[in-house]
Design a protein. Sequence first.
Length: 134
Amino acid sequence: MPGGADLDQLLSEREQLNSQLQHIIDDQTEPWGIKGSTVEIEDVEIPEAMQRAMARQAEAERERRAKIINAEGEFQASEKLAQAAEVIGRAPAAIQLRYLQTRLEVGADQNSPIVFPLPLDLLEQFLKRRTAQG
């Protein structure tokens, strides 16, 4: 029934609602010998409160889509990192090459301090000697 139609129905089933309106108007005007030739819903006025609610819903949908896109990007990045870890695991020299590449990038800025990491097994030798002497 047109008076009870929701907005989605009004927008998607306009022709059917026009037909229902035509029958309602014809039923009311028939006793007077009047028949409408065309009945058409031309404009729909949406209350301001509903417009705000629809805008909030649309914004929430945009935010949901953005979160999904970001999550998919993070997932793809993590897959690539896992693949890189597998490659480095198979070829330990790859980590040294990556380290040198990173050092070159950091070294491009002359004001950046550079920290040289040392393998822990190398430090263990020094620590053993020190405790043996002490």
